[in-house]
Design a protein around this ligand. Structure first.
Ligand SMILES: NC(=O)c1ccc[n+]([C@@H]2O[C@H](COP(=O)([O-])OP(=O)(O)OC[C@H]3O[C@@H](n4cnc5c(N)ncnc54)[C@H](OP(=O)(O)O)[C@@H]3O)[C@@H](O)[C@H]2O)c1
Length: 256
């Protein structure tokens, strides 16, 4: 057994939605360190360009700004990516949004925005990129990694109804898509993060010590925690993990 290159992503291409900051950026950094050519996407072009420029110090990193919550945005991203590469080894469906409001007042817009981006986009972006994923799946498998959440597994006290439902839906969608795509040598899996410091999780970012008190392991997640899980699933090491969701949360989902 040769484990020296089990986790290598040398020569692989990766497209990461929501790669301009937070968890997407953590994954982009990890993939670059493992030798992949990385493409990151987000709506705000300036922030996306800036991150790609910073990460370029680690390897090949290109910014492809797009809004993946719409079908037009999905098509635009696929077209922009196709100008650089003719196949895709790793797709990370990471871009996501949350919405919190009291039960009595929770608006329809808080469902549409969240479900469109968190559950519908991963399906349609993967569907649109499937020909390029198939093309990459030659001597190795192509990978699709969905970024779900522990909120799709266990119930938290916050009134984020559509977010929790969208992440639970994404976890189940991962299984269904995995069943369809595995015979085509495209492996679909998911990560369910616990608290990681980001713009979405301002509590973990700004009150890390307080949040840490609710985590059985006693701390919030680090960029290495996220990169480690994402590298495992993307590389040869994670080939036999099909349709599953890897929980990366310091024990929160079961302990909170
Ligand atoms: N942080 C946590 O504790 C945590 C825990 C569990 C799960 N997650 C999940 O992890 C993923 C990343 O979250 P995060 O915490 O890193 O959030 P974040 O810091 O808010 O980053 C979200 C990223 O997605 C992009 N984005 C948002 N809407 C988009 C759209 N319509 N089209 C394209 N890109 C879009 C953002 O850039 P623009 O605003 O420029 O578009 C940004 O790059 C999400 O799916 C989230 O649900 C996070």
């Amino acid at each position: 057994m040769d484990t020296s290159n089990l986790f290598s992503l040398k020569g692989r291409t990766a497209l990461i939605t929501g790669g301009s900051r937070g968890i997407g950026r953590m994954i982009a950094e990890g993939y670059l360190a493992q030798g992949a050519r990385v493409y990151i996407s987000a709506r705000k072009a300036d922030a996306c360009d800036q991150t790609a420029q910073e990460l370029s110090a680690l390897g090949h990193c290109v910014s492809l700004p797009a809004d993946v919550s719409t079908m037009e945005g999905v098509q635009a991203l696929v077209a922009a990516y196709a100008k650089h590469e003719d196949s895709l080894d790793i797709l990370v469906n990471n871009a996501g949004a949350a919405w919190g409001a009291p039960y009595e007042e929770f608006p329809e817009s808080g469902w549409d925005k969240v479900v469109d981006l968190n559950m519908k986009s991963p399906f349609f972006l993967t569907q649109a990129l499937t020909p390029m994923l198939k093309k990459a799946a030659t001597d190795h498998l192509a990978k699709v990694i969905q970024i779900a959440s522990i909120d799709g597994i266990s119930v938290n006290p916050w009134e984020t109804y559509s977010y929790a439902a969208s992440k639970a839906g994404l976890i189940h969608l991962t299984k269904r898509m995995a069943m369809h795509l595995a015979p085509h040598r495209i492996v679909v899996s998911a990560i369910a993060p616990g608290p990681f410091a980001s713009s979405m999780n301002k509590e973990a970012r700004d009150h890390g010590d307080e949040v840490a008190g609710r985590v059985p392991l006693g701390r919030v997640g680090t960029p290495e925690d996220m990169a480690g899980a994402a590298i495992f699933l993307a590389s040869r090491a994670g080939d036999y993990v099909v349709g599953s969701t890897l929980v990366v949360d310091g024990g929160c989902a079961w302990g909170r």
